[in-house]
Design a protein around this ligand. Structure first.
Ligand code: F6R
Length: 253
C-alpha cells in the first residue's frame, strides 16, 4: 500500500467527549449499514483507553438508540495462558464493558482464545484470520496505542505484513499493564494478536489516545518515519484513519 493519506486527527476537550463522538460514529455506521441490509463488523480494543467509549455505547443502547443484533466483533488480542473465566482476560473485560449489556448475538463475538495449546496455535491464528474474511472484513477497527507505539500487541519490530499470531510482550508493555494485575498474578509474557496487516485491512480505523503520557508517541506515529520500530506509524499508509485525541495526547501534534 502506498502512502495515500495522512491520518486525520480530531481533538476534543477531554476523553469523555472524544469517546462519545466515536460511539456516535459507531451508531451511525451500524444504522447506515442496517438501512442497506448489511451487517457491521467491528474490530475492538481493550485496555484503559476504550472504557468511556464502551460506557457511551452501553448508554446509547439502553436509551434505545442502537441495536447490536447485526454486529459481529473481532477483538485485537488476548493474553496467552488466561482462561476466559480469568478476571484479567480480555474475554471478561469485553463482557463486563460491553457484551453483557447489549443485544449482540453470542455467536458473533470473537476474542482470541488464550487457552489454545502451543501445538494448535498456528492453525488457530490462521482460522481467526479466515473468520474475519468470511465475515466480510472489518468495517471499523477501534484502536488504542501503547506508549511504545504498539497497536494491538504488535510490539516494536512487528512486520508490516504480520497476521494474527503469537507475540512476546515487551517489558514496557508488561510494566504499563501491571496496574491491572496483582503481585501473585503477573502480566503474561505472551499474547495472541491480530497482525499489522490484519489491522490495515480494515476499511476504516479509529485510534483513541488520552493524556500527555501518550503525546510523544502520537506525534511520532502521525508525523515520524514509517517504521516497524513504531507499529502505529504504519497507519500513515491507511487511507481512512482518524485519531480521536484529547488535549493532552494532542499536545505535541
Ligand atoms: C488492547 C490493545 C493495546 C492497547 C494499548 C493501550 O486490546 O490492543 O494496543 O490499546 O496497550 O493500552 P491502554 O488503553 O491501557 O493505555
Amino acid at each position: 500500500m502506498n502512502k495515500t493519506a495522512t491520518p486525520t486527527t480530531q481533538v476534543f476537550p477531554d476523553s469523555a467527549a472524544a469517546s462519545q463522538a466515536l460511539a456516535m460514529e459507531v451508531v451511525a455506521l451500524i444504522k447506515s449499514r442496517e438501512a442497506q441490509g448489511l451487517p457491521t463488523v467491528l474490530g475492538l480494543a481493550t485496555g484503559g483507553t476504550p472504557i468511556q467509549f464502551y460506557e457511551a455505547l452501553r448508554k446509547l443502547h439502553s436509551a434505545g438508540e442502537i441495536s447490536f443484533r447485526t454486529v459481529t466483533t473481532f477483538n485485537l488480542d488476548e493474553y496467552l495462558g488466561l482462561d476466559r473465566a480469568d478476571p484479567h482476560s480480555y474475554w471478561q473485560f469485553m463482557h463486563e464493558q460491553l457484551f453483557d449489556h447489549v443485544d449482540i448475538l453470542p455467536d458473533n463475538i470473537h476474542v482470541p482464545d488464550g487457552t489454545i495449546a502451543d501445538s494448535e496455535l498456528e492453525a488457530y491464528c490462521r482460522s481467526y484470520e479466515s473468520s474475519i474474511v468470511e465475515a466480510g472484513g472489518i468495517d471499523l477497527q477501534i484502536l488504542g496505542i501503547g506508549t511504545n507505539g504498539h497497536i494491538g500487541f504488535n510490539e516494536p519490530g512487528a512486520a508490516r505484513d504480520s497476521r494474527t499470531r503469537v507475540v512476546d510482550l515487551c517489558e514496557k508493555t508488561r510494566n504499563d499493564n501491571a496496574v491491572h494485575f496483582t503481585e501473585e498474578q503477573q502480566v503474561p509474557t505472551r499474547a495472541i494478536s491480530m497482525g499489522c496487516a490484519t489491522i490495515l485491512d480494515a476499511k476504516r480505523i479509529a485510534l483513541m489516545a488520552w493524556g500527555e503520557r501518550k503525546a510523544a508517541t502520537v506525534q511520532s506515529a502521525l508525523h515520524g518515519p514509517i517504521t516497524p520500530e513504531l507499529p502505529a506509524s504504519f497507519l500513515q499508509e491507511h487511507p481512512d484513519t482518524t485519531y480521536y485525541l484529547d488535549k493532552g495526547s494532542a499536545g505535541g501534534s
